[in-house]
Design a protein around this ligand. Structure first.
Ligand code: KG4
Ligand code: ZN
Length: 341
């Protein structure tokens, strides 16, 4: 008999619920929050309020679409952290009461581990191979940028990470400087499609080892635009595609440089990419190119598993369920995981 796990994700501005049958996704419902777009970033108070409004309908729909009854569930997995505490509390409290009501185990999941473990989800759309241990994963989201070495489902080590902004933040901040709404990453990707990635160049960070830095790039972009706008008030509008393509090229170039360095250093050639920024077309292309060059074996997630989703929480929950790694009902969320993945 298959094991049915309900996953709940509420760490930031997406309320999501998913049902997995073993490793196969039966449903993955995501309610995006539009309330933040005019604020240039996620407003924590608005996010937790929207989670409260969304959580019951989203979970109801996930169970319905999966074609099961709630009594069929074997466990409830939820995101414990990292993320916004007010948002995490909504998912955590709901998961606890639902698990208690159904008298089934509660499983806590780390959001960053879940982004990586999303590579083990099977879905109808793809019969892609899953990575074998050990593999490397470039985890790039709005809050994190990490190179992780994965030796087993829950044996992960961060071997490189950003010392300031995350890659997603770099995309969002560059977009904001150009006057685009939040989250700007997908818009930079969209407008950059028709632009020349080598039209403009920005200073590259000189950070040693496998760590990243993106704050210098943001400043360099800001000053560059400030100077150009003095000469031409319509500079951004007239060069939008080239600007987007060029800033994207700088971010992706920086991500790939350190990642390929990590491949060399570790000798591990199976390389995955995960997190919201793994939806970026230039980054996905860079992975494919390196695979075609024979440098890596690339694992690129399906779009629905790139940005925040509950299927990734459910798959992490599934592996923990197999290990009987259950959470105590007194568990509380954490906002940061530090070096822990
Ligand atoms: O993983 P995620 O959904 O949430 C966090 O855990 O942070 O990642 C969201 C980030 C945002 O910064 C968003 O702008 C970025 O992923 N993002 C993209 C694209 N799609 C989402 N960045 C560049 N290109 C995209 N296509
Ligand atoms: Zn995320």
């Amino acid at each position: 008999m298959p094991i049915y796990i309900l996953g709940i994700e509420s760490s930031c501005d997406d309320t999501s619920a998913a049902v997995l049958s073993d490793t196969e996704v039966l449903s993955n419902v995501i309610a995006n929050q539009q309330v933040h777009s005019n604020f240039g970033g996620v407003v924590p108070e608005l996010a937790s309020r929207a989670h409260q409004q969304n959580i019951i309908p989203v979970i109801h729909e996930a169970i319905q679409r999966a074609g099961i009854r709630k009594e069929d569930l074997h466990a409830i997995a939820f995101t414990r952290g990292p993320g916004l505490l007010g948002s995490l509390l909504v998912g955590t409290s709901f998961a606890k009461s639902f698990a208690l009501g159904l008298n089934i185990p509660l499983v806590e999941v780390d959001h960053m581990q879940a982004h990586i473990l999303a590579h083990f989800i099977r879905s109808k759309h793809s019969e892609e191979a899953v990575p074998r241990f050990p593999f490397l994963c470039l985890t790039v989201s709005g809050g994190h940028t990490q190179i992780v070495r994965i030796d087993d489902y829950f044996k992960m080590e961060v071997i490189g990470q950003t010392i300031d902004d995350a890659a997603g933040e770099a995309f969002d901040k560059a977009a904001k400087i150009m006057g685009l709404p939040y989250p700007g990453g997908p818009l930079v990707d969209k407008f950059g499609k028709t632009g020349n990635p080598k039209a403009f160049s920005f200073s590259k960070p000189g950070i040693p080892g496998l760590d990243y830095s993106f704050s210098g790039l943001k400043t360099s972009f800001l000053y560059f635009l400030r100077d150009r706008l003095k000469e031409d008030a319509d500079f951004i509008e007239n060069n939008k595609a080239d600007l987007c393509a060029s800033i994207q090229d700088a971010i992706v170039g920086s991500l790939m440089d350190k990642l390929l360095k990590a491949v060399k250093l570790t000798g591990i050639r199976q390389v995955a990419v995960a997190g919201g920024v793994s939806a970026n077309s230039a980054l996905r292309r860079a992975f494919t190119e390196q695979q075609e060059l024979g440098v890596i074996q690339a694992f690129i997630p399906e779009f629905q598993f790139t940005t925040d989703n509950a299927a990734m929480i459910a798959i992490a929950g599934y592996f923990k369920f197999l290990n009987k790694d259950f959470a105590d009902f007194s568990v509380s969320p954490y906002s940061r995981s530090g070096n822990r993945v």
